[in-house]
Every structure is written in C-alpha cells, then in structure tokens.
Design a protein around this ligand. Structure first.
Ligand code: F6P
Length: 320
C-alpha cells in the first residue's frame, strides 16, 4: 500500500469528519500518501482528487458535514460511469480506497473491489439501517438532536393541549423514530417495521385524550408515512388538536456526539489498518462495543435489525 483514497458518499452524517481524520492519520503514520476524493463517486469519475495534508484534518473532528463533500452519483451506477471511476483510480495510482457512507455507497465499494481496487467500507448514515453493525456513524447525534427538539416541541404542545407528530428521517428504517421517541418520552411511535393502520393510531390518541392525556408526542419515521397526511386524517376523524412537525435537515447536521466521534475514529482507523494488511472487500462495524470487520458482500446483504423489544417497552411506558 502506498496511496490510499478516502471519499464520503450519499447523505452526509455527523462524524464523517472524525472518520476522515482517523483514516488520514492512520495512513499518514504508516507513511502512505493519503488522497482526498471530493464529492464521492462523482468526484472519483471527474478526478476531483488531491493529496491530503495534516492541516486539512486539523480542527475538523467536532464539525458536522464532511470536509470532502459528498454526492449521490447516478453516473457511477451505469457501466460507462463506473469504468471512468475505475480508470481515474488507476490514473491516480490508488492502491486502496476507504468509502464512508451507507448501503448504496457500500454497493459501489463492493463493485470497485471486485474490479481490482481494494476497498473498505465505513458505515456512515444517520439511518442506522445496516444490519451487520449495531450502530452507524451519525445515528447517535441525530437521536440526540431530535431529543432536544422534542422537548422544545413538547413545551408548546402542552401549552395548547395539543398532539405533536414529529416526522423524522431514516428512509425505510424506524430506528431514529424509535430511539428519539423513547428519549423524548413519546406516547406513540410509528415505524415501518411495525405497521399500524392510521385508524388504530388515531383511536389510540383519542383514547389517551379521554383518559385526560391532552398533550401527546408522536414520533413517526418517514418510512411509515407523512406526518402531515396522518394529522389531516386524525383531524378529519376526531376532535384531537394535532400538528405535524418535520425537523428535516436539522437532524442531519450539527456537531457529532462524543459517541459518534469515538465510533468514527475507531472505524476510520481500522479501515486503513485492514488495507495495510492487504485486505479489501471488507466493511468495518461495531458489535457489543468491539470493532468488527466483515466481508462487504455480507454487509450489503445482511437484513436490517429492528429492536422490537425496545418498541414494545415504549408501548408500556406510554400507557399511563
Ligand atoms: O440516508 C440519509 C437520509 O438523510 C435519509 O434519512 C433521508 O431519507 C435521505 O437521506 C434524504 O436525502 P437527501 O439528502 O437527498 O434529501
């Protein structure tokens, strides 16, 4: 190994910078030339590549976003774009590549590896939707950000005896809604993994009102539907005063939590260590607080996990 590229791809996530910093430092310490690839696979295709310096990773660990920028590249998905990316990697004489991103980014990493560029995937997505790892970088920060938001929302909902439905990100995964819901004391959590007909959800809110619980907090995963549509439905079918709140990108930006900084540092460091050991086609992750590495094929094929026990627990906590 002489030259290693680093890129971030897909939705940015707090902690990506900490992962970049750790990967850079591990490689730099080994005497490798570390190359920054800007705007993910799009940048690889277009040759937006330059040698990274120590100054570039100074004072970045605590910052949200990604200093390498990111993108979702459609071009990379077709044969021609993919070939351009591969040619560019060889023009820049890359011996290895660290890809920090989610599921889609890992599929690209796997394909590059199959075509001769040793690649290691580092899980970076707020969605926490990758089954082979307990946590992905950024999830903890997103949950913490939302937890603070929920308590602000709760104040004003309570002042008006209202129900607040907070639609959170996560694509098809309900983890953000579940964890932020528990930390925010949600009375109802709507997730795609445990589909609940809206009639039943509305009935639950109505019953809570009859029991004297006038203020309720609902967290709703975007994969379970639209908060606005759900609120319209409840309004049409009951006298519950209900508001939809969509925090949006607030939950994806901001300074990473200490947990995410540490996780990202461990994963970024391990990714380069694997490349140094001559291992490509791998994905790093965390399981029971140990850093693990698995075949990237297994990582992309592993079904996402959902903690049903945690979900059931909240049903009990929200009951009275
Ligand atoms: O995958 C991360 C994520 O933030 C999802 O939770 C969300 O559905 C999506 O990205 C939003 O994508 P975009 O940045 O293209 O709006």
């Amino acid at each position: 190994m002489k030259r290693i590229g680093i890129l971030t791809s897909g939705g940015d996530t707090p902690g990506m910078n900490a992962a970049i910093r750790a990967a850079f430092k591990e490689g730099n310490n080994r005497g490798y030339t570390m190359m920054g690839i800007y705007h993910g696979y799009k940048g690889l295709i277009e040759g937006r590549i330059s040698q990274m310096t120590c100054e570039q990773v100074e004072n970045i660990m605590h910052k949200g976003g990604t200093v390498l920028r990111t993108a979702r590249s459609m071009e990379f998905m077709n044969d021609e774009g993919f070939k351009k990316a591969l040619d560019m990697a060889s023009a820049y004489r890359l011996d290895g590549l660290v890809v920090i991103g989610g599921d889609g980014s890992f599929k690209g990493a796997k394909q590059l590896n199959e075509n001769g560029l040793r690649t290691v995937g580092v899980p970076g997505t707020i969605d926490n939707d990758m089954g082979y790892t307990e946590y992905t970088i950024g999830f903890d920060t997103a949950v913490n950000t939302l937890t603070k938001e929920i308590y602000n929302i709760r104040d004003t909902m309570r002042a008006h005896d209202r129900v607040g439905v907070i639609e959170v990100m996560g694509r098809n995964c309900g983890d953000i809604a579940l964890w932020a819901g528990i930390a925010g004391g949600a009375d109802l959590i709507l997730v795609p993994e445990c589909p609940m007909p809206w009639s039943e959800a509305a009935k639950k809110l109505h019953e809570m009102r009859l029991r004297g619980k006038l203020t309720c907090i609902v967290t709703m995963a975007e994969g379970a539907g639209s908060a606005k549509e759900f609120c319209d439905y409840v309004r049409q079918n009951s006298d519950v005063d209900i508001k939809a709140i969509v925090p949006g990108y607030i939950q994806r930006g901001g300074n990473p939590s200490a947990f995410d900084r540490i996780l990202a540092s461990r994963l970024g460091q391990r990714a380069v260590e694997l490349l140094a050991e001559g291992k490509g086609g791998m994905a790093v992750g965390i399981w029971r607080n140990r850093i693990i590495d698995v075949d990237i094929n297994d990582a992309v094929n592993k079904k996402d996990k959902f903690d049903k026990k945690l979900y059931d627990m909240n049903e009990v906590l929200a009951r009275f």
